[in-house]
Write a protein that binds this ligand. Structure first.
Ligand SMILES: [Zn+2]
Length: 406
C-alpha cells in the first residue's frame, strides 16, 4: 500500500469517528487529525490546543472543548446535591451548590445563574438568536462585536431592571442547509439568499436567559425579531421549573439552560469530510476566546432595586398555562375541556359583576353559555361518574375512559 493511500485511509477513519462516534471517539479523532495536520504555518492555532489537552489531569482539568474527558458531559463528576433549602416552585434556583466545580460547564452556568437567583420563572425566558453566517477567513471577535451592538439596541428597549446573561456560539453548517433564513446583509461577501451554495460556513448565534419584569415572552420575541428579520431566527422558550429527583438531585430549570450554553459543543457531522471540517472549525475558533463569548446585560435585582409585582407574576403564569392549553387543546379529554371552559367563563362573569350595570346587557348571554355547559355535563351523567374532586385525583388512564356519548 502506498504512503498516500494509507494516509487517506486514516483520514477517512477519523472522519467516520468524528461523524458518528461517541463524544470520546469524536474528540480523540479530532485531536489525532490536528496532530497529523500540524505544520509551521498552522502551528499558531493548533499547538495551543494540543498543549492544553496534553496537560489535562484529574487534579488539574484543562476544560478544553476538545478534551475527550472535560468536554464529555456523560463523564461529569459534578456533584448536584440538595444542600440548601428549596425555594418554592416558580422561582429560579441554581441546581448545583458545589461552590468550586472544576468543570467549566457547571462553573460557568453557576456564575451566570447568580443574577437570576430567586426570580419568578414566569419572567425568565430562554432565547436563541441566529445572528449571521461567517466565512472561515473571518474574525469572530470583530463579527461578534458588530452583533453585540445590535443586541444592545434591542435590550435598551426593555423595561428597567431587565437582565440578560448568555454566550455567543458557532456551529458549522452548509449554507444551503441552514435552520433559519438570513437577509443578504447577514451573509458573507458574495453569498446571496437567492442562491445559497453547498459550501461550509459557521453560523454565529447566541443563547441567553432573559428576565424582564413587565413584558411577555411574545412581546420580547417580537422586539428581537424586528431587529433580526428572517424566518426562524429568534426562538424564545419558557423556562421550566427545576425537578427534584428522589435522591435529592435537582435537574433542569434556568441553570440547566445556562450550563447547556457553557458546554461549547462541537458538532461536525459532514460524512467523509468531517476531518476537514474539524480543521476549518479549529482555525476560525482560534479568532476568539472564552471571554469574547460572554454576553451580559443588566444587574441583579439586589443591585438594581427593582420590585417584582406579584400580580404580574400571577398573570404571566396564567398566560403560560393558557398557551399550553391552546397548544394541547385537541389532546385534552372532555372533562378537562369542560373544566377549563366552565372555570374561565365563570371568572369572566365574576369580573363582570364588579362593573354592573354596564355589564348587565352581556351578562345574560354569558351566564346562559356557562349554564348550558354545566347542564350538558350533568345530562351526560358525567357528574354521576366523576365529580371535580374525583377528576383532580384521577390518573390519566382513568380520564381517557371518560368520554361523553355522542
Ligand atoms: Zn481536559
Amino acid at each position: 500500500m502506498s504512503r498516500l493511500s494509507k494516509k487517506t485511509l486514516q483520514k477517512r477513519r477519523r472522519s467516520e469517528s468524528i461523524h458518528s462516534g461517541t463524544v470520546y471517539q469524536q474528540k480523540v479523532a479530532i485531536l489525532e487529525h490536528l496532530q497529523q495536520a500540524l505544520t509551521p504555518e498552522n502551528a499558531q492555532w493548533i499547538q495551543p490546543i494540543l498543549n492544553r489537552v496534553g496537560r489535562c489531569k484529574p487534579a488539574y482539568r484543562c476544560n478544553s472543548k476538545h478534551c475527550p474527558t472535560c468536554s464529555n458531559a456523560k463523564q461529569s463528576k459534578a456533584v448536584r446535591k440538595k444542600t440548601k433549602q428549596l425555594k418554592p416552585l416558580g422561582k429560579a434556583q441554581a441546581t448545583t451548590t458545589s461552590s468550586k466545580s472544576k468543570e467549566y460547564r457547571v462553573r460557568g452556568g453557576q456564575r451566570m445563574m447568580d443574577a437570576f437567583e430567586g426570580l419568578p420563572t414566569a419572567m425568565l425566558h430562554c432565547f436563541t438568536v441566529n445572528l449571521c453566517l461567517v466565512s472561515f477567513d473571518d474574525d469572530l471577535k470583530e463579527t461578534k462585536e458588530r452583533y453585540l451592538l445590535k443586541l444592545r439596541k434591542v435590550l435598551n428597549k426593555l423595561t428597567d431592571g431587565a437582565i440578560a446573561r448568555g454566550k455567543f456560539d458557532i456551529v458549522s453548517k452548509y449554507a444551503d442547509d441552514l435552520p433559519s433564513e438570513f437577509p443578504d446583509i447577514d451573509l458573507p461577501f458574495g453569498v446571496f439568499n437567492a442562491a445559497l451554495p453547498h459550501t461550509r460556513h459557521v453560523m454565529l448565534h447566541i443563547h441567553f436567559l432573559l428576565f424582564d419584569p413587565w413584558m411577555t415572552r411574545v412581546e420580547l420575541r417580537n422586539l428581537f425579531a424586528k431587529e433580526f428579520p428572517g424566518s426562524n431566527r429568534v426562538c424564545a422558550r419558557r423556562t421550566r421549573d427545576h425537578t427534584v429527583l428522589e435522591c435529592g438531585t435537582m435537574v433542569g430549570g434556568a441553570q440547566g439552560y445556562l450550563e447547556y450554553m457553557c458546554m461549547e459543543k462541537v458538532e461536525l457531522s459532514f460524512g467523509d469530510q468531517s476531518a476537514d471540517a474539524a480543521l476549518e472549525f479549529v482555525q476560525i475558533d482560534s479568532t476568539w476566546d472564552r471571554r469574547n463569548r460572554n454576553f451580559s446585560f443588566g444587574k441583579s435585582i439586589s443591585v438594581s432595586g427593582i420590585v417584582i409585582d406579584q400580580d404580574r407574576v400571577k398573570y404571566l403564569e396564567r398566560e403560560n398555562r393558557l398557551q399550553w392549553i391552546k397548544k394541547n387543546w385537541s389532546k385534552l379529554s372532555y372533562a378537562e375541556k369542560f373544566i377549563h371552559q366552565w372555570m374561565s367563563n365563570g371568572i369572566d362573569i365574576l369580573a363582570g359583576i364588579k362593573s354592573l350595570p354596564n355589564y348587565r346587557a352581556q351578562f345574560i348571554d354569558k351566564f346562559s353559555a356557562v349554564l348550558l355547559l354545566h347542564c350538558n355535563w350533568v345530562r351526560w351523567n358525567f357528574f354521576e361518574v366523576i365529580d371535580f374532586v374525583g377528576f383532580m385525583s384521577a390518573s390519566d388512564s382513568e380520564l381517557a375512559l371518560l368520554e361523553p356519548p355522542d
